[in-house]
Each structure stands twice: as structure tokens, then as C-alpha cells.
Write a protein of this length. Structure first.
Length: 322
């Protein structure tokens, strides 16, 4: 089969003739329909997480084979990316996403979805409602990550929230929080990115023109840059909360004194509730398809990665069955 792989010393490579993965216990073999290139994929290609294997973790696909759950065969699915051991104390405490020995699809010790076939445990899969198109369903994983914020904090209705950086993930965060009734201000350096929010109930501001400091009770850093947390700390109000959504290959060290002096809470935020994301898509409360920049074939995967890395480019999708 075909697959986009990354590893030393060859770097990114579009492999052909790669064997179809073997279905493990409790797993399904899935043929992806659409897969999305995200910022994490781009960071992995710079060496983030030291990953080697098939890239990709955002997908909508169809179950080809599921020996232990044949009723799933032929079903259209999306899937959670963390694969916990199921045996350790964290797993027993309901913290499987933080299992110390977990695999992560296309990120840690598990080949990803930029291939003709991949495998995932049946327990990771969610059926896609008929009302949700493939072009919407492929956004489920990052949209779930956006809704994770509201599992971690409970801002009052119409609370002021700044979303710093409105690229691929930031767009979904701004849309998800606005759909829940929060007063969102999206802040970015690009007018084009802010223009994508013109039909969404959010305020927008160019970062260079945002001179006020310490005014937002909640700030979400989705810049995708090492400097994002520093800017978030300028914007957050005393006793406020910063949600970090950025992961980069280049670490950053913020001014920890400010966190202490202003009693700021800093919360890391990662994967989120798939059910919530699928319901938001089904009910058309969050629009995603206008974020699609281009759809390319799997055999164009190297070009797709290059395109996704260009400034201002939103979601690049890979269409697998062409």
C-alpha cells in the first residue's frame, strides 16, 4: 500500500509497496476516506516527539475488517488517537489519555492515517451520523480538542475569552466557544485569517493593534509558536486562566514570576470529547468546511505537507481513494 512516512535519515517519504497493517486484538482495519494535515504533523516532520512511521491522525474512514466486531464492518467512523494500556493506575482512574505507556496515532509508536489502510482499536471508534458529510467529519478530532477547553474550565455565560492565533485549530476553538455563548475575541496577525470569522459571532482584532493588557479572564494560546504563551500572559487578567493548545518542536520558557504575582492559572489542553464534536457538526452549530484550503490525492502527500506549511494556509485534506 501507499503511505506518507517520516524517519531518520530519509525524512518525509511517500512509500509504495508497504504492507497492509496486521489487525491486532480488538482492532479494526480502516480505509481512510479523507485525512487532514494539522500543525502537529508539520512539527513531527521537524523532529517533534522523535516519531518514526506513518504520519497523520485526523480522519474519517470506513471499517474494512473487524474480526471481533463484524457489525462495524462497512461503517463510517472517526477515531480517538490515544491508545492506552487499559491496565495501569491512570487507566483505571479514567485517565487513559495520560497512560504512561500509551500509543498515539501517527504521533507515538502507532502508524497513522496517511496511508491506504491503518488500524485502531474498536473502542477508539465513533460512528459518524448520516447528517455529517465526510468533509465535516474529518474535522472531528481537532474540534473535539476545541471543546476540551470547556471540560477543563467553566466560564460563566457570556464570559470574555481571547483566542490568540486563529490558524487551523484556533479557528475551531473560536467557533466552538462562540457556539457555546461565550464572548470571543479572536486575535491574529493576519487579516485573511480573521476574515474567515466574519460569519461567526466573534470579535476580531489584529494582534499589532491590540495594545490593552491584562483584560481577559480566559486566554487560549493556539498560535502554534513558542512565543504564544508570552503573548497570552500579556493579555490575561490577574487571577485569570491561560489554556495552552500549542505544541512545537521548539520549547519556550515564559516569565514564571508573572504567573505567581498575578496568580494566573496555566492549563495544558489536548484531546477532547468526540461525542460533543460530532453533535455540534450534526446540528450545524459549528461550520468547518469553509476552512478547507485544498483537497489533494494521497500520491500528492509531499506537496500537501509543503502547502500546509505555508503561511495563511488553512486545512489541507488528503483524499485517499483516488
Amino acid at each position: 500500500m501507499r503511505a506518507l512516512t517520516f524517519g531518520a535519515p530519509e525524512g518525509l517519504s511517500l512509500a509504495t509497496g508497504r504492507p497492509v497493517p496486521i489487525i491486532g486484538p480488538g482492532e479494526a482495519l480502516i480505509r481512510p476516506i479523507l485525512a487532514g494535515v494539522c500543525s502537529t504533523d508539520l512539527e513531527i516532520a521537524k523532529g517533534y516527539m522523535g516519531f518514526s512511521g506513518v504520519l497523520g491522525h485526523e480522519f474519517v474512514g470506513r471499517v474494512e475488517k473487524a474480526p471481533q466486531s463484524p457489525q462495524m464492518e462497512g461503517k463510517r467512523v472517526v477515531g480517538e488517537i490515544n491508545i492506552p494500556c487499559g491496565r495501569c493506575g491512570r487507566c483505571h482512574a479514567g485517565l487513559g489519555n495520560h497512560c504512561a505507556t500509551r500509543s498515539v496515532l501517527g504521533i507515538v509508536n502507532k502508524d497513522g492515517v496517511f496511508a491506504d489502510y491503518f488500524t485502531l482499536p474498536i473502542s477508539n471508534l465513533h460512528l459518524v451520523p448520516e447528517e455529517v458529510a465526510d468533509e465535516e467529519a474529518v474535522f472531528t478530532e481537532p474540534l473535539a480538542a476545541a471543546f476540551r477547553i470547556l471540560e477543563q474550565v467553566s466560564p460563566p455565560p457570556e464570559a470574555r475569552v481571547a483566542v490568540l492565533g486563529v490558524g487551523r485549530l484556533g479557528q475551531l476553538i473560536a467557533r466552538a466557544l462562540a457556539a457555546e455563548g461565550l464572548r470571543v475575541t479572536a486575535i491574529a496577525r493576519s487579516l485573511a485569517k480573521l476574515d474567515l470569522l466574519k460569519n461567526v459571532q466573534v470579535n476580531t482584532a489584529l494582534d499589532g493593534q491590540m495594545t490593552e493588557r491584562g483584560i481577559f479572564p480566559l486566554v487560549v494560546d493556539s498560535t502554534g509558536t513558542a512565543e504564544g504563551i508570552k503573548r497570552a500572559m500579556e493579555l490575561v487578567a490577574p487571577c485569570g486562566t491561560i489554556i495552552l493548545k500549542t505544541t512545537t518542536a521548539t520549547p519556550a520558557m515564559p516569565d514564571l514570576n508573572r504567573i505567581v504575582i498575578d496568580e494566573i492559572r496555566v492549563i495544558g489542553s489536548r484531546c477532547g470529547p468526540f461525542h460533543t464534536a460530532l453533535m455540534a457538526l450534526k446540528e450545524k452549530r459549528v461550520e468547518t468546511t469553509e476552512l478547507i484550503h485544498e483537497v489533494m490525492r494521497l500520491d500528492q502527500a509531499l506537496e500537501a505537507m509543503s502547502l500546509a506549511a505555508k503561511p495563511g494556509v488553512m486545512k489541507v485534506l488528503l483524499k485517499m481513494n483516488d
